[in-house]
Design a protein around this ligand. Sequence first.
Ligand code: ASP
Length: 344
Amino acid sequence: MNFKRLRFLVMLLLVGACAPGVLGMGVAIAGEPVFGLVIHGGAGTITRADLSADKEAAIRADLGEALDAGYTVLAKGGSSLDAVQAAILVLEDSPRFNAGHGAVYTHAQTHELDASLMDGKTLSAGAVASVRRVRNPILLARKVMDESVHVMLSGDGADEFAERSGLELVDNDYFGTEFRLQQLKAAQQREQIDAGSMHDPLQFETKLGTVGAVALDQQGNLAAGTSTGGTTNKRWGRVGDSPIIGAGTYANNASCAVSATGHGEFFIRHAVAHEICARKQHAGESLRVAAEHVVLRELVTAGGSGGVIAMDTEGNVAMPFNTEGMYRAVRMSNARLDILIYKD
Ligand code: ASP
C-alpha cells in the first residue's frame, strides 16, 4: 500500500471517530479537491419510540435518494447550486417532508410554501414566500435568482412569475396528505382549549420536516438552500425563516453555507445563518465553534428550538441541533456516507 493510500485510510478512520452531529472533515488529499453535500429534513421531537421501523426506513431511503441526487451533480463537476437544488427537489416530492408534496396545512386548510437558495461565489440569491401553486418552490427560487432582478417574491405574484417562467403548476391540494391534515385538526383542537397555543407554532411539534441542503463543489464554491411548508395552522400570511436570506439560508465562499430548521421566529431574530458565517469570518471561529455557539447557546438561551447544517470551503461540516433529533445526512468525497436521525 502506498503512502498516499495509507494516509487516506487513516483520515477516513479519524473522520469516522468524530462525534455524530459534528464531523471535522477538511482532509483534502493533495491535488484532489474535497467536495460533497449535507442535507436536513427538519429538527424536532424525533424519538425512537415515536418513529416506526417502516417510517424510519422510508425517511432514510428518501434522505439517501436526495443525497445521491446532489452528489451525482457534484461528482460530475456540476455546481454546488445545482447539487443543492437537486437534493431539495427529491425531498419536496416526497410526502414525508414538510416541503412541496407533504407540506403542513395553514389555518384555512390550504398550503403556503416558502423556499430560498443562495450562491456562495456571487452572493446571488432567490427566494419565494407563501406560494400556493408552483409544484416545486425551490425551482421558483432558482428562477427568481437567475431570471429576475429581485431576491424575493411572494404570494400570487410569485406564482404568476412561476407560470411565466414555465414551471409546473398544481392545484393547492396536491401538497396535502392525510397525516398533515390530522396534525392540523389536532392543532386546531388544542387551540380551542388554549387560545394562546396558536402563538406557539412549535408547541405540538407538528411542523417537523422542513428540508435543506448545503454543498461544496469541485471548483470550491459553496451554496445553500431551504424549502418548507412553514408551521401547521399558520395564518395571516405568516412567513418563517426558511425563505429569508441570512436567517434560514446563507452562503458565502468567504465564510460558509448554512441551511436552518426550527422555530422560524427565533431564527429570524437571531439572523442565524448569517450569524454563524459572520462569527467564522470576522471572529475567526471554526465552523463548528460558530455553529454550536449560535444553536446550542444563543438559541437555547432565547428559547428557540431547531438546528442547522453548515459547510465551509475546506469541506468542514457542522450539524448542531438543540432538539431531540434532526433528520440529516452527509456525503463527502473524502468520507463515508452518513444518514443520522437521533442525537446518539
Ligand atoms: N423554520 C421553519 C419555519 O419556521 C419550520 C421548520 O424548520 O420546521 O417556517
